[in-house]
Unconditional design. Sequence first.
Length: 100
Amino acid sequence: MVRPGGRDPDPAGAAPAAEATTTVFTVQTRDGDLRLAADDLWATRRRSTAAHNDDAGLTRVRGGVYVGVLRPALPPHDVMRPRGCVERADTDRVTAVVLR
C-alpha cells in the first residue's frame, strides 16, 4: 500500500500495527463451554494464515457473541479466511456464524 507522499514504508505491503482485522461471530454448543469453544475456534483461525498474527485478541461481547481482533491487519488476500474458518467450524458439537 502506497502512503501519501508516494513512498511505500513497508515493501511487503504489511499494514501498520494500528490497523486491525476484526471478525464478529456467534458460537453455540450442544453441550459444552462457550468460552472454550470460541477460544478453540479463534486459535484455529489464527493458524489459518501465513500472516504474522501474534497480537490476536478475543473478547466476549455478550452471550455467545465474540469479537476477534488481529493486529496488524491481514493482507487483502487473507481477509476472507477468518469468515471461512469460523463458518466451517460445525464440528465437535460447535456451530459458529460470522456476523461481520
